[in-house]
Design a protein around this ligand. Structure first.
Ligand code: 1HN
Length: 352
């Protein structure tokens, strides 16, 4: 009996078959899939900003943005790098991109959704153009390039500009949904309209045109300035004095929901000297430190250092707490929470 079973279990994969007995219970070459609680394929990890920047500058001495199309360093989760290139988490990619004065990243569009979070913008004349709308890049600003919108980046200032790119491209790749296009012909289809489209003012006042409902399949605002987001966060913190942290989600003004169907973007403030309750959620979350210092403590006891622009990834169901140093800690996060919610898979535990 035992030998017969061994023989058959060896023969099946050679013929492109498998069994519950092996695949679900982890008796084959993979770990079990039917875990009682999520057992993510990604691992918690973090990257130091200064070290990342060093690699970015080394690359910039060898390649131009025009040659590379995008001059960036992407974060690669150690547990995923043999499965798919540059996956920060099972669904998302992330990286930092550089434009030096006078440089431009050429126009393209793709079906994955993307956002840009500006990390360093010492001067005023850096901007991204999204479907003909020119959007400024100041430190902390959020710029969206929703799926299939044309986008290019420009730096007409006298200083370097660095931003974080986040994309749902890993998810889109897995399910076979990646489309990508360069402009056909010489002229970019992404030229700025002369009468100055201003989507932020058109959609950003709690009012939307009465013609818009059901007609737009993406967030048209494109631009969320840091000044406003930070102000809103500080106001919220004033009303929630008993809580160690407060969080705001960036929303699509048309739906009131997340800015992308696949990714939720948030801004969190952990008050100076405080620690959050234990957080445990079905979401793969990326954390980018914007202000202050602190640490994330994982269930293993391992600590991840948070300081300016460090990046951390917390896979689904990983229990963690976030602590701030003596001053307020401001974190930008993005995650695939909307996918879990759409699939009715979202769960969370919050305990003291
Ligand atoms: C992309 O389009 C940009 O537009 C940056 O700046 C990073 C990584 C993968 C795929 C597309 C950009 C990207 C990307």
């Amino acid at each position: 009996m035992e030998q017969k079973l061994t023989d058959l279990l060896e023969e099946l994969p050679k013929n492109n078959y498998n069994t519950y007995y092996q695949s679900s219970a982890g008796r084959g070459k993979h770990k079990t899939i039917m875990s009682t609680i999520p057992s993510p394929i990604a691992e918690p990890f973090s990257w130091d900003y200064e070290r990342t920047k060093e690699f970015l500058y080394r690359l910039s001495e060898i390649l131009t943005p025009e040659e590379a199309e995008r001059l960036n360093i992407q974060f690669e989760n150690p547990s995923l790098k043999d499965i798919v290139p540059a996956a920060l988490a099972p669904t998302v990619r992330g990286g930092i991109q550089l434009l030096k004065p006078g440089q431009k990243a050429p126009t393209h569009k793709h079906s994955p959704n993307a956002f840009r979070l500006i990390l360093e913008a010492p001067a005023d004349d850096a901007y991204t153009v999204v479907n003909g709308v020119e959007l400024p890049m100041h430190t902390g600003d959020l710029v969206l390039t929703p799926n299939w919108t044309w986008h290019d980046h420009h730096n007409d200032s006298s200083g370097d500009v660095i931003w974080f790119d986040g994309l749902d491209i890993i998810f889109v790749y897995w399910i076979g949904g990646v489309f990508y296009s360069l402009p056909k012909g010489e002229k970019s289809p992404n030229t700025v309209a002369e009468d100055g489209n201003d989507n932020f003012n058109e959609y950003g006042s709690g009012l939307v045109p009465d013609t818009v409902h059901g007609e737009l399949d993406y967030d048209p605002m494109f631009y969320y300035p840091y000044e406003k987001a930070r102000q809103a966060l500080v106001s919220l913190a004033k009303t929630r004095t008993g809580e160690s942290s407060v969080t705001l989600e960036y929303t699509n003004p048309i739906t009131g929901g997340p800015v992308f169907p696949s990714m939720g973007l948030k801004l969190t403030m952990v008050r100076g000297g405080k620690t959050t309750p234990l957080i445990q959620r079905t979401e793969n979350k990326v954390v980018i430190c914007m202000e202050g210092e602190g640490e994330i403590t994982l269930s293993s006891g391992k600590k991840i250092e948070l300081k300016s622009h460090n990046v951390a990834v917390i896979p689904s169901w990983e229990q963690h707490r976030i602590s701030s140093g003596s001053s307020d800690l401001v974190l930008f996060t993005y995650s695939d929470e909307p996918i879990f919610r759409a699939m009715k898979l979202f769960r969370e535990n919050l305990s003291k």
